[in-house]
Design a protein around this ligand. Structure first.
Ligand code: IMP
Length: 428
């Protein structure tokens, strides 16, 4: 498969789980660097190659290609325990990352106490809980923003053990203020230290490294985690993650500038899913939801939670395209819709008798909107062996064209099955 070698960004345009892992993996074969810029081990990127499934959480999905240098950028929150486990899980495979993984010295560390804080915060919210992955993401970004965090670069300092200890003391106090039991400081210190030590060889100034790479005209792939509707600024706040999941996060999370990012590819699942709480206008709540969940295998790659499912919401997708200056869309899991049934697609919202063409900022409004659907004819043919747009049944082609017409963005790739090869590349 031929792909251009210009820099590329891959972003999720819904609530995450759009199938970014597969597209990234497909593009990573022709890139020198794969760069993660935000999020942490909350992500679950599934890659299937020759029938073998690998789920990555913190490592860039492009890691499975044997050549690319893998960068965990400054905007990522790095869990040294999760990273060690993920590296260990690849041992024995032919993927050796020792020589080609770099972790930013500016990236903040997620430590076990962040997970305790995450759980405590969720418990405190009661029925207003966010439904986080409990991976400590929010508390770690919270520490970063309130200038209390520990950065990976600090592992290299002689006084790191003291720095870690003072963090443990402060967080333990905070946990107890929240009514939690807290933890044994010596025990936690002894538990965490070896994982931080193990991170040491990978820690470097990735900002300088990436700027050098730009000078040398290296090709980069920036891989987003989560999706635009989980963005801390533009998503369904507070039912969001704690980073900028769009192109802004690529810039602030890599240290490169907007001129370096190249082509922006948005990943859109042919229907919609979300995990965790928060409004979801096109959500199905009957047997149809379960059928779509089973057909699409919609269970969280990180937490195993069943995902909420619903029809394609093009108000959301068009909003995400506008925010991020999309060059093309990769439409994933189109094969899941091959049931022969008609396919409702949301093209606008209605709120108090008014038509809305964008996502309102108010959560209360979004929870009240009624989706305006256009119903497209379905198809029943198995499309998993289609390898060109022309191979698709007419109704499936029309579905693709409808997405393009409503968003104003070209569909460049179509996913027709989980394997790397089960992809249609549409000529531009
Ligand atoms: P957190 O990122 O663990 O703080 O979770 C905040 C929200 O983002 C929750 O609704 C999670 O379910 C959701 N979330 C976080 N990471 C992912 C992901 O990779 N895919 C889908 N949803 C995610």
């Amino acid at each position: 498969m031929t792909v251009s070698t210009a820099n590329k960004v891959v972003l999720g345009l819904q609530w995450g789980d759009e199938g970014k892992g597969k597209v990234i993996d497909m593009l990573a074969g022709s890139t020198d660097y794969v760069v993660r810029c935000q999020g942490g081990a909350n992500a679950g990127h599934t890659v299937v190659c020759n029938g073998k499934k690998t789920v990555l959480h913190l490592l860039p999905s492009g890691a499975l290609h044997k050549e690319a240098l893998c960068i965990i950028g400054n905007g990522v929150v790095v869990d040294p325990v999760a990273l060690s486990e993920e590296l260990a899980s690849l041992e024995g495979s032919d993927v050796n990352l020792e020589a080609r993984l770099r972790v930013s010295d500016r990236a903040h560390m997620v430590l076990p106490y962040h997970k305790l804080l995450d759980a405590a915060n969720e418990a405190k919210r009661g029925d207003k809980k966010v439904g986080t992955t409990l991976r400590g993401i929010g508390p770690c970004y919270g520490h970063k923003m309130s200038r209390q965090g520990l950065r990976c670069g600090q592992i290299l300092l002689d006084n790191f053990e003291d720095l870690l200890r003072s963090q443990l003391v402060a967080t333990n106090k905070h946990l107890k203020e929240l009514g939690e039991d807290g933890f044994d400081i010596d025990e936690m210190h002894a538990q965490v230290l070896p994982y931080c030590e193990a991170l040491r060889p990978y820690v470097t100034d990735t900002v300088a490294l990436l700027h050098e790479a730009v000078k040398e005209d290296k090709c980069m792939l920036f891989e987003g985690a989560q999706g635009v509707m989980l963005d801390i600024d533009f998503g369904t706040y507070p039912y969001v993650t704690s980073s900028n999941t769009g192109v802004g996060g690529v810039v602030t999370g890599s240290g490169l500038n907007h001129k370096n990012v190249g082509e922006i590819i948005g990943i859109v699942k042919a229907y919609t899913t979300r995990v965790g709480e928060g409004p979801f206008p096109t959500e199905l709540d009957d047997a149809g939801a379960e059928e779509l969940r089973q057909r699409g295998g919609e269970f969280g790659a990180t937490t195993g939670r069943p995902r909420r499912t619903g029809w394609l919401d093009l108000v959301v997708v068009a909003y995400a395209c506008r925010l991020n200056g999309m060059d093309s869309i990769a439409l994933t899991k189109l094969d899941v819709l091959s049931t022969g049934d008609d396919l409702p697609v949301c093209v606008a919202y209605e709120l108090d008798g008014q038509r809305l063409d964008t996502v309102p900022a108010s959560l209360e409004d979004l929870a009240r909107v009624k989706p305006v659907y256009e119903t497209l004819p379905g198809w029943s043919e198995d499309i998993s062996s289609c390898r060109s747009y022309d191979d698709l049944p007419k109704a499936a082609q029309d579905y693709v064209r409808f997405v393009e017409a409503q968003t104003g963005v070209r569909v460049g790739y179509i996913g027709v099955g989980p394997d790397r090869e089960e992809t249609i590349v549409c000529p531009s």
